[in-house]
Structures are given as structure tokens and as C-alpha cells.
Design a protein around this ligand. Structure first.
Ligand code: ARG
Length: 440
């Protein structure tokens, strides 16, 4: 074998130093194309900005830049129309695109990688991807909040039992209950948008780790790609992934909130509670038990918290103890982020669909609030405010009244005044103003 044919076997990006092809398993463990091809738009956009900057700075000629940019746009069309052939042997999205560019425009393609490394390239692409993901999730959360706020408006006077320990505690409105979730979602959205600030800095120009001797213009590429500014430290620029962790945490936290709401829906949809009826479009039946209508979407929103939490732990574990700067471990950074994005976005949309098509059984809620002695605390407060009892004593008196109602099998507001007076003589007719769950 001549030296030339030997190196033809080797990788075309670094074949100069290599004589042998990688083993099949090496190729398999090394490849990320199956995952990172999702970043093709960001990769092409990043390369176009880089080529434009190179020509503006006189590092490549204008004609070369035009050739490169046209080629990249043509590749984008190929990928969009499904004609592009992704090759595992070309490892990742960056080399797949560059290799195709070489096929299209020849040697000029080799100039695109001037003053750049895949290390700053991938960090830039990934940050753009996460930024877009944040914007999309933030929108979806807003849509869900709109549904919740419509429901709050509709049910602002509908009484239900509020729970502690899942035991009826005090009467509340359905609006108060649902609005609590709206508050959580508001924080989730603001957490995503806050994380976005730290995502949105541009590593391009950091090159492999130490910057580059070419007279590049980092402000120009950062601005062209919609970043707030370039990253400050080249080693940090290529190896920081805390932005990915933050995204994963935001998704996990939002998923956790949704799982709490999902759990409520599951409980409320049981025939025993019967507080909510999910539409057919958002439930499933049982193949054996004809009476069943299962809240599968809610259960899946609850269940998917597992992968959202798992993804965060996966990424944190990859990063722990990594020395500066780039290490190939970092290639393990995208799958979790992509999965968490897909998962949280699906969960938010499912929750929206379930809620906007559900029927709340306000009568059953009211009934349940009336059955659970949920006005007992109001009764105790009445004794404090009207008769001057210390709260502990009022609590005691109220306990005796509740027990009496329980024995008689009636609601608190059905108990005759004389019975209450037998427990505490000074109680007057006015007590009934707080005994019904509905304000009189
Ligand atoms: N596929 C790689 C990744 O996602 C690109 C960067 C490769 N850099 C390197 N020095 N081998 O991390």
C-alpha cells in the first residue's frame, strides 16, 4: 500500500496522521450523528455566520465565502427535503455537513474551518438549539396558563373542599386551587427565561480551547447569531455545559409541577371523587372492563417526571470531575436535553388538552365540601372573634360540635342551635353565617 492509499482509508478530516480506518465498534461509540443531526439548522446557520465573518475580515475571499454560503444553503435544502444522506462514518452533524460541502464545491469547502474548531462550533450550535427550545417551551407554558386562567374565571365562585393530607380541610374555590398551578407555571416560565440569559453567549472564536491567531471578529458572529455577546473565556467557552444542566433542571421542575396537577386529575377523575370528567379524546378505555375510563394522559404526565429527573442526573454526572477543556464525554450532552425538551413540551400540551376539554363536576365538589365538616375552622374563628375565646379553647369547643354532628349524621349547618348551646352556652344564631360552605 502506498502512503497515499493508506491515508485514503483513514478519516478525511484528519487522515493526514492516520493510516488505518477505525474499527466498527470505535465508529459506533464515536458517532453522535444519530442524535446531533437535530442541530443541522443551527450548524448551517453558525457556519454561514462564520464564513461571512471570515470574508469580512479578509481571511477568505468574498468569492470563496459566496461559494461556501451557497453550498450550505443547498445542503439545508437537501436536508429539509430528506435527500441528505447522514453517514455514521462521518461521526457528527458538523463533519457530515462539511463533507457534503466538499463534494459540492470542492477544495474551497476546506476553508470554512479556518479559525474554528468543532469544539467551539458544537458549543455554539448547542446553545442556539437550547435557546430555541426555551422560547418554544415558554410559549407552550403561556398557552397552558391561558387555559388555566379561563378556568379560574369560569369557576371563581365554585366551592370545593381544599385538602391537607388529602383529607377535606377547608372550603375553597376551584379557582383558588387551579390558580395555584398557574403560579407554579409562572415561576417555571420565568426560570426558563432566566436560564436563557446564561445560554445566550457565543463560544465561536474560542476555537479548540486557546482562541485563534486569525484576526476574527467575535462580536460580529455573536450578533449575527442572535447572541447577547461572545463568551469571555475560551476554555470555558468550549467546555461549559451548565446551560444544559439549567435547561434540564427547568424542564424537570416544570414536569414536577405538572405531575402534581396530573395526580390531582387522576384522583378527581375516580368515581369515588367524581370531581372531573375527562373528555373521550383525552382518556382511554379498558379492553376487559367496559365501565372504565382511564386518565392515561395524566398518568403519563406523572410518569414522565422519571425521565425528566433522570436526564438531569445523567448530564450532571457526565460533567462531574471533567478537567478543562473539551473532552469527548461532552458529546453525551445532547440526548438528554433533546429528550427533556420533547418530553416537557408533550406534557405541557397534553395538560392543556386535558384541561380545556374536561368538565368539572361542581355539584359533586360542593357536596363534598359540605360533607367534610370543612367549615369547622371557620366555626372556631367565629368563637374567637365573637365570643373572645382563646383559639385553643375554641378549637376544643368546635371539636365537640363536629363530633355531635357526626353522631347525628348531619352537616354542621343542619345542627340545631340548642345542641350547640348545650356545648357552649353563649353561641348565638349568627354562628350559621359561617357554617355553610357557601358565603351567605
Ligand atoms: N461530536 C462532537 C460533540 O458533540 C463534536 C466536537 C468534537 N470535538 C473533538 N475535539 N473531537 O461533542
Amino acid at each position: 500500500m502506498t502512503q497515499n492509499s493508506k491515508s485514503q482509508n483513514a478519516n478525511q478530516m484528519w487522515g493526514g496522521r492516520f493510516e488505518e480506518k477505525p474499527s466498527d465498534i470505535m465508529e459506533q461509540i464515536n458517532a453522535s450523528i444519530g442524535v446531533d443531526k437535530r442541530m443541522w439548522r443551527q450548524d448551517i446557520r453558525g457556519s454561514i455566520a462564520h464564513a461571512t465573518m471570515l470574508s469580512k475580515q479578509g481571511i477568505i475571499s468574498k468569492d470563496e465565502a459566496v461559494e461556501i454560503v451557497n453550498g450550505l444553503n443547498a445542503i439545508a435544502e437537501e436536508i429539509k427535503s430528506g435527500q441528505f444522506e447522514f453517514k455514521t462514518s462521518l461521526e457528527d452533524i458538523h463533519m457530515n455537513i462539511e463533507a457534503r460541502l466538499r463534494e459540492m464545491i470542492g477544495d474551497t469547502a476546506g476553508k470554512l474551518h479556518t479559525a474554528r474548531s468543532r469544539n467551539d462550533q458544537v458549543a455554539t450550535d448547542f446553545r442556539m438549539w437550547v435557546r430555541d427550545a426555551i422560547d418554544e417551551v415558554a410559549h407552550q407554558i403561556e398557552d397552558l396558563q391561558d387555559v388555566l386562567s379561563d378556568l379560574c374565571e369560569k369557576h371563581k365562585d365554585d366551592v370545593m373542599p381544599g385538602f391537607t393530607h388529602l383529607q377535606a380541610a377547608q372550603p375553597i374555590t376551584l379557582a383558588l386551587h387551579l390558580e395555584a398551578y398557574s403560579r407554579m407555571l409562572h415561576r417555571d416560565r420565568s426560570r426558563f427565561l432566566d436560564a436563557r440569559k446564561r445560554v445566550n453567549t457565543c463560544p465561536l472564536g474560542s476555537a479548540a480551547l486557546a482562541g485563534t491567531p486569525y484576526p476574527i471578529d467575535r462580536e460580529f458572529t455573536a450578533e449575527k447569531l442572535g447572541f447577547d455577546r461572545p463568551t469571555e473565556n475560551t476554555m470555558d467557552g468550549v467546555s461549559a455545559r451548565d446551560f444544559a444542566n439549567e435547561f434540564l433542571f427547568c424542564a424537570a421542575q416544570c414536569g414536577l409541577h405538572l405531575s402534581r396537577l396530573a395526580e390531582e386529575i387522576i384522583i378527581w377523575a375516580t368515581p369515588q371523587f367524581n370531581f372531573i370528567q375527562l373528555s373521550d379524546a383525552w382518556s382511554t378505555g379498558s379492553s376487559i372492563m367496559p365501565q372504565k375510563k382511564n386518565p392515561d394522559a395524566a398518568e403519563l404526565v406523572r410518569g414522565k417526571t422519571g425521565r425528566l429527573n433522570g436526564n438531569l442526573i445523567q448530564m450532571m454526572t457526565v460533567l462531574k470531575g471533567l478537567p478543562l477543556a473539551y473532552n469527548k464525554d461532552l458529546q453525551e450532552d445532547k440526548e438528554s436535553v433533546f429528550d427533556s425538551f420533547d418530553t416537557i413540551s408533550l406534557c405541557i400540551q397534553a395538560m392543556k388538552g386535558m384541561l380545556e376539554s374536561a368538565k368539572f363536576n361542581t355539584e359533586a365538589m360542593l357536596n363534598s365540601a359540605e360533607m367534610g365538616y370543612t367549615t369547622a375552622t371557620a366555626l372556631a374563628d367565629w368563637l374567637v372573634m365573637n365570643l373572645g375565646l382563646p383559639f385553643r379553647d375554641a378549637h376544643h369547643v368546635t371539636g365537640a360540635i363536629v363530633k355531635m354532628a357526626e353522631n347525628k349524621g348531619c352537616k354542621l349547618d343542619e345542627l340545631p342551635l340548642a345542641d350547640m348551646q348545650a356545648i357552649y352556652a353563649d353561641i348565638s344564631e349568627d354562628i350559621y353565617s359561617v357554617l355553610s360552605v357557601k358565603k351567605k
